[in-house]
Design a binder for this molecule. Sequence first.
Ligand SMILES: Nc1ncnc2c1ncn2[C@@H]1O[C@H](COP(=O)(O)OP(=O)(O)OP(=O)(O)O)[C@@H](O)[C@H]1O
Length: 254
Amino acid sequence: MNRRTEPIIQIRGLENRFGSHIVHKDLDLDVYKGEILGMVGGSGSGKSVLLRSIVGLRKPDAGEVRLLGRDADTVHRIGVLFQRGALYSSLTVLENVALPLIEKAGLARRQANEIARVKIALTGLPAHAPDLYPADLSGGMVKRAALARSLALDPDILFLDEPTAGLDPIGAAAFDQLLMTVRDAFGLTVFLITHDLDTLYTACDRVAVLSQKKVLVNDTLDKVAATDDPWIQAYFHGPRGRAAQLAATRLKED
Ligand SMILES: Nc1ncnc2c1ncn2[C@@H]1O[C@H](COP(=O)(O)OP(=O)(O)OP(=O)(O)O)[C@@H](O)[C@H]1O
């Protein structure tokens, strides 16, 4: 497969600043079709600002973001799952997932509901979930419903900001598996911000580290973890990093 030749996300010379506070400078990043890329970095290193610039919610101060070979602001085939899920509390799960199909794709409600039901089932929600309101859902169900909504329009690229934050370890592991299933089923490219080392070990093909205002390294987990940088060493070889690595090794051996 020729997947490494054409990046589906290509960022060159990106700069973002708030007044005199420079968040990104000369940031380059390539993400390839079909991969799950995990973006890590210290708190405040600029992961969310980067995501917002890639999906077109923030205009960078300099540089270029190209998605699917086009300027970011001309591309609509992206799905985004923000950290807090952001479902409309006054709408049922079905209405939440159908909304983009009605508002963005212009479908009639009946047809939108049919597609929405398929997407909801795909995310592993129980049969009665479409009629529930967000307040009736567990944390894991909210994430799944939000995922169903971000998949409603059949995106090529899915962006997620800390999808497993707030989930218990079993729920988080199940969500990691779901992400891989969805990626395989739709040939999606996934860009995810995470602090979750288990997600990095089980679900991500490559890991990008945001540090010193740029992407310091973007490679397979083994290579990233071997990078000679104090933050990377502390992150991957601290007690939590070692535990996640051990768990992932055991999983592979089973
Ligand atoms: N609208 C804004 N106005 C001013 N500063 C901002 C704004 N948005 C983000 N910043 C600053 O940009 C920097 C990067 O923020 P960002 O939210 O991207 O960090 P992060 O890596 O996602 O952090 P965390 O892991 O804690 O979520 C921070 O110093 C933040 O204060």
